[in-house]
Design a protein around this ligand. Structure first.
Ligand SMILES: [Zn+2]
Length: 261
């Protein structure tokens, strides 16, 4: 028996880039919330080092988080003032039972609760949620490396003035991840967003990754655009320029001097 030939249109080679772009979201603190942020406590130990070459001060070590809560009423997610995303055991159970990928957790210890209710809540175990992989934004986003120190490895990226537009050809289908250069952001797929909403996980919101710029930059900054500051005409041109300099910090300094900056 001769098997019917698939028409070229029906062939879907593996690893091909999907036709419809994925909708990605940034896991954020809600704009309005009754829950208070947590504060790092003394138990959180960290160490910093200074790079002799570029002067960058970087965190070389940080322990697990120890936090102070304002009161014993917490949502399913607790945000710290530094932006760490702390999840309750319930959220971790949901992540695990749905076999979500792209993250790890570290235990969080509550060392102090400033105001306790008359009938104090028994608080669940808390975990710091950390994406364990990051993927670059694509050409359209205009996000690329502008400075790279070969000594300490510091890379400075252009601002996300156009939001995070993820390069889907490189993304490994992880459910959670960070955009390269902005490791403190947690990006999720639309199905994770739907799962969180269906599970009524409180004290979080999902901002479309392409709109995250609106939370951090003014309308004027977005309109003007970072690219214009560098007098480069298009994001393609900026990307090409950055690629040339990505491994060469000295070349960047020379280029900057020539432009009289
Ligand atoms: Zn350095």
């Amino acid at each position: 028996m001769v098997s019917p030939k698939l028409s070229p249109k029906l062939r879907c080679p593996q690893n091909s880039v999907p036709q419809t772009p994925m909708n990605f979201f940034v896991l954020c603190k809600p704009k309005r919330t009754k829950f208070k942020n947590a504060t790092w406590d003394e138990g959180t130990v960290y160490d910093t080092k200074v790079c002799d070459i570029c002067g960058h001060i970087y965190e070389s070590y940080r322990s697990d988080l120890f936090i102070t809560l304002e009161n014993d009423r917490i949502g399913d997610i607790v945000w710290t003032w530094y932006g760490e995303c702390v999840i309750t055991q319930r959220v971790l159970d949901i992540l695990k039972s749905n076999k979500l990928t792209g993250y790890y957790v570290k235990p969080v210890t509550i060392t102090n609760i400033k105001t306790k209710s008359k009938r104090p809540n028994v608080l669940p175990p808390l975990w710091e949620l950390i994406p364990n992989r990051s993927f670059p934004c694509d050409n359209k986003s205009g996000i690329c490396v502008v400075k790279h120190c070969n000594t300490c490895g510091r890379k400075d990226y252009t601002p996300f003035i156009k939001g995070f537009s993820i390069d889907e050809s490189i993304w490994d289908k992880s459910d959670l991840f960070s955009p390269k250069g902005y490791d403190n952001f947690v990006i999720t797929t639309e199905s994770v967003k739907n799962l969180f909403e269906e599970s009524q996980i409180s004290n979080c919101s999902f901002v479309p990754a392409l709109d995250i710029n609106k939370l951090f930059y003014s309308k004027e900054e977005i309109k003007r655009g970072y690219i214009n500051n560098y007098k480069i005409k298009s994001s393609d041109e900026l990307f090409e320029w950055c690629n040339k300099l990505v491994d060469n910090f000295e070349a960047f300094v020379d280029w900057d001097k020539k432009r009289g900056k």
